[in-house]
Design a protein around this ligand. Structure first.
Ligand code: CA
Length: 501
C-alpha cells in the first residue's frame, strides 16, 4: 500500500509538470484521399467533418507513408518504431510479444495509465498496457466479442465480453469512454483507440444505410484507362473493381450481376464499393466526434495530444485496383493529423517525408521519453513545432513481402522522394509464410510525381529519366543499407538483381 501511494505522488508531480494526455486513434485501411481535409476527389462528399476539424485545429501531414502496406506489419511498426525486416513482422503471420510492445511499455514507465481498445491484430496479448479490450483477430463488425484484461480487474483475469446489437465502431468508442471515465484523473493517460473500420467488408451501422444513396461518387480517371501505368512485372496483377481479375474482384464482393457487360459491371461495383466504404468511414468520423466531445466536456481536450492515422492507405478504384499492399500512392500514403493547441499551430501543414516508424518516437516525445536507439524512426516534434531540420529524411523506404498472397500483388521494394517514386518488383516469395511459391516476372517502375501525381505513366527506361534513375537506384541502395535491409542474405534475390538492376 505504501509503495502505491508513493508512486501516485510521483506521477501526480509529472502530470503537474505538464505531461499531456495522449489519445492515439487509428482506423484500418482509411485512405487519406477518403478524408475531406486531404482534398481528393471524394472531398465533395464531405466524408469526414470531425477529422477535418482535427486538421483545422492541428497539423496535417501531406507526405506521411507506411513502410509495408498491410495490417499486422503496420501495427508492429507503430509499436516498435522499426521497419518490418527489423521487428520481424513482415507478414500477416507475424506477432509481437509483450516485451517488444515498446511504445506502451515505455510510456507506462513514464507515469502514464495506458490502454489499448479495439483492433489489435498482433496475436500475442497486449500485456504491455495497463488495460486492454481488443477484438480477437479481425473481429466482427456487428455484436463483437472483445478480450479484456486489467483496468478495474486483476491482470491475471482475462475475460470475453459480448456486445449485442451494436456496431464495432460504437462499441470500441463506448469502451474507450468508459475507461476514460474510471481512470485515475491525477495521472495522464495514453489510450490507443483502434477501429476495425473501414476494413473490408465495409459494414456500416444501420443508421448510415442511406447515406450517399443518391450520390454519384466521383470516379478516378484511371479506373477506366491506364495504358502507361504499371510494367511487365505488374501486368494483369492485383485484384480489380471490374472483371479484369476473374478470381477476385469488387463486383463479386458487392454481388454485382455477372451477366452485366464490362462497363456496367465495373461502374456498379465501383459505386457500391465506394458508398459502403464511405458509410463505414462516416461511422469512424462520428465516433471520433464523440471522443472529442467527451474530452471537451471533461475540460481535457486541449491538454490531450490527439493523433489520427490509419495502418495504411487503400486503393479506391485507382488503376482498377481494390485493397492495399501496393507502393502506389493511395495505398502507401497514410492520413496523419495531430492536434495539441499548446504545441501545434492550428491549420498547419507539413510536407516533410515522414513514415510510420516515426509514430512511436513521437508518442514517446510527448510523454517526455527519449526514443531508444533501437527505434529507427524519428520524433515528429520539430515538424510539429513548425521547424524542418536540415537533416530530415529526403526519401522513405517501403517493402511488401507477401508475394502474390490473397490479392495477387508481387513482392516489391522501393523509395519515394518528394518528386519521384522508384519501385523494384523482385517477384520472389522471401520470408513470407503463406505466400504463393512461384516467382513472377521482375521489373521496374518509375513515376515522376511532379508531372504525374496520379502515377498514370511509368517512365522507367525513358532516356530523359536515365540520370535520375541512376541517382534513385543509388539512393535506394543507400537507404536499404541505412535501415539494415540487405539483399545479400537472399541469394535468389541477388541473382534477380544481377539481371535486372
Ligand atoms: Ca489495414
Amino acid at each position: 500500500m505504501k509503495r502505491i501511494s508513493l508512486f501516485l505522488a510521483a506521477s501526480c508531480c509529472l502530470y503537474a509538470a505538464g505531461k499531456p494526455n495522449i489519445l492515439f486513434i487509428m482506423s484500418d485501411d482509411h485512405a487519406a484521399h477518403a478524408l475531406g481535409a486531404y482534398g481528393g476527389r471524394l472531398a465533395v462528399l464531405d466524408p469526414t467533418p470531425a477529422l477535418d476539424r482535427l486538421a483545422n485545429e492541428g497539423m496535417l501531414f501531406e507526405n506521411a507513408f507506411c513502410a509495408n502496406s498491410i495490417c499486422t506489419p503496420s501495427r508492429a511498426t507503430l509499436l516498435t518504431g522499426q521497419y518490418s525486416h527489423v521487428n520481424r513482422v513482415t507478414t500477416l503471420s507475424g506477432h509481437l510479444e509483450p516485451d517488444r510492445q515498446y511504445a506502451p511499455k515505455l510510456i507506462g514507465q513514464a507515469g502514464y495509465q495506458t490502454a489499448m481498445v479495439g483492433k489489435w491484430h498482433l496475436k500475442k496479448e497486449p500485456a504491455a498496457f495497463d488495460y486492454y479490450c481488443v477484438l480477437p483477430g479481425q473481429g466482427s463488425y456487428f455484436n463483437p466479442i472483445m478480450r479484456e484484461s486489467g483496468g478495474p480487474w486483476p491482470r491475471n483475469v482475462r475475460r470475453f465480453s459480448a456486445y449485442d446489437s451494436a456496431h464495432s465502431s460504437d462499441v470500441i468508442t463506448q469502451v474507450s469512454i468508459d475507461w476514460l471515465k474510471r481512470r485515475d484523473k491525477t495521472r495522464p493517460f495514453f489510450l490507443m483507440h483502434h477501429f476495425k473500420a473501414p476494413h473490408d467488408n465495409f459494414e456500416n451501422a444501420e443508421r448510415y444505410d442511406f447515406l450517399y444513396a443518391d450520390a454519384d461518387v466521383p470516379e478516378p480517371p484511371s479506373l477506366w484507362k491506364v495504358p502507361n501505368h504499371g510494367s511487365e512485372a505488374t501486368q494483369g496483377m492485383g485484384t480489380s473493381i471490374g472483371k479484369r481479375n476473374a478470381r477476385r474482384n469488387m463486383g463479386q464482393h458487392m454481388f454485382v450481376d455477372p451477366a452485366l457487360g464490362d462497363r456496367a459491371y465495373k461502374r456498379a461495383a465501383y459505386q457500391r464499393y465506394l458508398k459502403k466504404y464511405l458509410r463505414t468511414v462516416r461511422g469512424v468520423d462520428d465516433a471520433v466526434a464523440r471522443l472529442l466531445q467527451y474530452l471537451e466536456d471533461e475540460g481535457e481536450l486541449d491538454n490531450t495530444v490527439v493523433v489520427y492515422t490509419s495502418d495504411q492507405g487503400f486503393m479506391l478504384g485507382e488503376h482498377d485496383y481494390i485493397d492495399k499492399r501496393w507502393m502506389y500512392e493511395e495505398s502507401l500514403r497514410i492520413p496523419l493529423l495531430v492536434r495539441h493547441p499548446p504545441t501545434v499551430a492550428a491549420g498547419s501543414r507539413s510536407r516533410a517525408i515522414v513514415n510510420n516508424t516515426d509514430l512511436a518516437p513521437t508518442l514517446l516525445a510527448f510523454a517526455g521519453v527519449a526514443a531508444p536507439d533501437f527505434m529507427q524512426g524519428r520524433s515528429l516534434s520539430p515538424l510539429l513545432r513548425g521547424e524542418t531540420p536540415a537533416d530530415w529524411r529526403k526519401a522513405t523506404y517501403y517493402r511488401y513481402w507477401m508475394h502474390m498472397a490473397h490479392h495477387d500483388n508481387p513482392a516489391h521494394y522501393g523509395i519515394r522522394t518528394e518528386d519521384f517514386k522508384l519501385i523494384f518488383f523482385y517477384g520472389l516469395p522471401l520470408d513470407a509464410p503463406g505466400a504463393a511459391a512461384a516467382a513472377t516476372q521482375p521489373g521496374w517502375e518509375l513515376y515522376d510525381l511532379r508531372a504525374d501525381p496520379h502515377e498514370l505513366t511509368n517512365v522507367y527506361g525513358r532516356p530523359a529519366y536515365a540520370s535520375v534513375t541512376q541517382e534513385l537506384k543509388a539512393e535506394l541502395l543507400r537507404l536499404k543499407a541505412e535501415v539494415g535491409d540487405n539483399d545479400e542474405k537472399y541469394p535468389e534475390l541477388m541473382a534477380v538483381r544481377a539481371r535486372y538492376w
